[in-house]
Design a binder for this molecule. Structure first.
Ligand SMILES: [Zn+2]
Length: 281
């Protein structure tokens, strides 16, 4: 563990803006909720990250880059990483024939916006088709952040899995690194109601209890782990929730040996010490 932080916290933001509402044909009200992201949420989040001197990872659909270029430029100017999140926030499991083209188009837009090719991918809705991650690896990405087989330890996305009701073959380690995620560490299902306001809208104290509980457990029991938090500017950018994020950052900072990093930095460090390189073909 020499040279490794005791625990890394990765703050990640899915800058969906209005992409999923447009993709799903929602009307002006839900589109306006999405617009709160670039209009209010992103500037507030960027100001907080600058005050705290934290670099973060932002997964940005191509539609957001094309529609809100100034918002994405401000993120790049803040020293943050851009990752791929499809084009119009498509559910890629429903696009088996054109998912590769969707990812390629997004890759090109991200490369132009950031001046550097993206290395990370996160599936919209954390929904993957059977071949999505094969395309992602083929297109040169180094990591995915859509799976849940671990909580704080990166691992290799398996290839050649075969699943049958009799028995499953779990395959072998592939080229992509997985940075695992969880709905428990995602602001959206905690905070955001569905259409007509029906849904959770948790108090931030409840979400802080969950996030800080995961943080303290990983710090105590899983040295070298990476706690990845997923947020959306239109959700976390509300005042009472942003105050909670600031409190969470303070709790993390109060623990010895906690650092904040972008996922590309986490993956570079993990690959340097990887004990399970992909099996040769
Ligand atoms: Zn998203």
């Amino acid at each position: 563990m020499a040279g490794q932080p005791r625990l890394t916290v990765a703050l990640t933001f899915d800058h969906d803006a209005i992409s999923s509402e447009v993709d799903q044909g929602h009307g002006p009200v839900l589109r306006s909720r999405g617009q709160f992201g670039p209009r209010v949420g992103v500037p507030r989040v960027l100001a907080l990250l600058e005050r705290e001197r934290i670099s973060a990872t932002w997964f940005v659909p191509g539609h957001t880059i094309a529609t809100f270029p100034a918002s994405v430029a401000a993120i790049v100017a803040g020293g943050h990483e851009l990752g791929c999140h499809a084009w119009a926030h498509e559910d890629l499991a429903e696009h088996p024939d054109d998912e590769r083209a969707i990812i390629e188009r997004s890759f090109a837009a991200l490369s132009a916006a950031a001046g550097i090719a993206p290395t990370g991918f996160r599936a919209p809705y954390w929904s993957l088709g059977p071949r999505t991650l094969e395309h992602v690896a083929d297109l040169g990405f180094r990591y995915d952040s859509s799976l849940m087989a671990d909580d704080v330890h990166p691992y290799r996305v398996p290839v050649d899995e075969r699943h049958d009701r009799a028995v499953s073959d779990l395959g072998r380690p592939g080229p992509l690194v997985e940075i695992p995620i969880s709905w428990a560490l995602d602001d959206w299902p905690q905070f955001e109601p569905g259409p007509r306001g029906v849904g959770p809208m948790s108090a931030p104290s409840k979400v802080l209890e969950i996030w800080a509980g995961e943080l303290r457990y990983a710090w105590e029991h899983e040295p070298g782990g990476v706690l990845t938090i997923t947020m959306h500017p239109e959700a976390i950018g509300r005042g009472h929730r942003l105050a909670m994020l600031e409190e969470f950052i303070g709790i993390a900072r109060s623990l010895d040996g906690v650092v904040f990093e972008r996922l590309d930095q986490v993956v570079g460090r993990w690959l340097a010490g990887d004990a399970s390189p992909p099996a040769p073909r």
